[in-house]
Design a protein around this ligand. Structure first.
Ligand code: ADP
Ligand code: MG
Length: 286
């Protein structure tokens, strides 16, 4: 039988935006010592808008660079893709025909257009492949580079917004002595800006999907009781590994399936509710 006090709390939780799939995880929520947050779609809205786009060579115009990027992104479901396609449509561009599309996991996408190899990739990908580029961004922008036949030909810079409720979530977790960590595939500048603006304890940028899982394991091996909050397909392994896995409701089905608790309103503030309710519930029982 379910203790009455737990039954009541689970009902309260539904009103508070929490869908508790695993009662043990709810019970364990009071033990959480570190809470790891995915960035895009979790602490931020996950809605990218193109801020600027430029050509870095003399052959292609900046419009052609955007057009190429948008053509490839037509095959991707990443929030970056949605932002680039929206901008391209606003400029009445038509997608170009492409062949051999493939994803470069956690780094970008690639295809053949007009016999040329085109990639839309992260700054980390350029560094790893020693493709030199002279773009210094002072702002915290998510930048993707357009690479044509292994030469950097241009870039698109995008911006996403921090969810207004994120700051309060972090503040409450801090008041409960829970360390907060940002984990993202995005670049360091963006990660640092978001982490600093929310006064989080730290950030790890340019992580690949399997590295999210490894980071959770590493924290656990140091004795931390770890919760993970994320929305993406790439967060699912980390959500499963965490002692408490919390999925954002608006995220992918796979994230929701692998998690113990779902934030039905996609509101990071409800993570703080989880901690507060968990502590209140089990304090009454003991
Ligand atoms: P996140 O943690 O932000 O969800 P991802 O692992 O999905 O990170 O992506 C990491 C990085 O890889 C992005 O910031 C971007 O630079 C690049 N990337 C991933 N998918 C795409 C795509 N469809 N188009 C362009 N770049 C992409
Ligand atoms: Mg995400």
């Amino acid at each position: 039988a379910v203790p009455l006090v737990v039954a009541r709390s689970t009902a309260i939780s539904a009103k508070s935006g929490l869908l508790i799939k695993d009662r043990t995880a709810f019970e364990n929520s009071r033990k959480i010592s570190t809470l790891v947050f995915d960035k895009t779609g979790t602490l931020t809205r996950g809605e990218f808008n193109v801020v600027r786009f430029e050509s870095l060579d003399y052959i292609y115009s900046k419009e052609q660079i955007l057009n190429l990027a948008a053509s490839l992104e037509g095959n991707s479901e990443h929030p970056i893709a949605t932002g680039i396609i929206r901008k391209s449509k606003e400029l009445n561009q038509k997608p170009m025909l492409l062949e051999n599309f493939k994803a470069i996991t956690g780094k970008g996408i690639e295809a053949t257009v007009d016999g040329k190899d085109i990639k839309v990739v992260s700054p980390g990908y350029l560094r790893e492949n020693t493709l030199d580029v002279d773009v210094k961004s002072s702002q915290a922008e998510t930048i993707v580079f357009i690479v044509i036949n292994n030469k950097v030909a241009g870039f698109v810079a995008l911006a996403d917004e921090v969810r207004p409720e994120s700051a309060e979530a972090i503040r409450i977790l801090r008041s409960q002595n829970i360390k907060t960590l940002l984990l993202t595939g995005d670049n360091k500048e963006v990660a640092k800006t978001v982490s600093d603006s929310l006064a989080m304890d730290g950030f790890i940028a340019e992580v690949l999907p399997h590295q999210k899982l490894e980071k959770i394991k590493e924290l656990q091996s140091k004795g931390e009781f770890v919760a993970m909050t994320g929305d993406g397909v790439n967060d699912a392994p980390a959500l499963a590994q965490a002692d408490v896995g919390i999925a954002v409701g608006s995220g992918s089905d796979i994230a929701a399936e692998t998690s113990d608790i779902v934030l039905v309103n996609s509101n990071p503030r409800d993570v703080a509710n989880l901690i507060l309710f968990g502590k209140a519930t089990y304090r009454k029982m003991i």
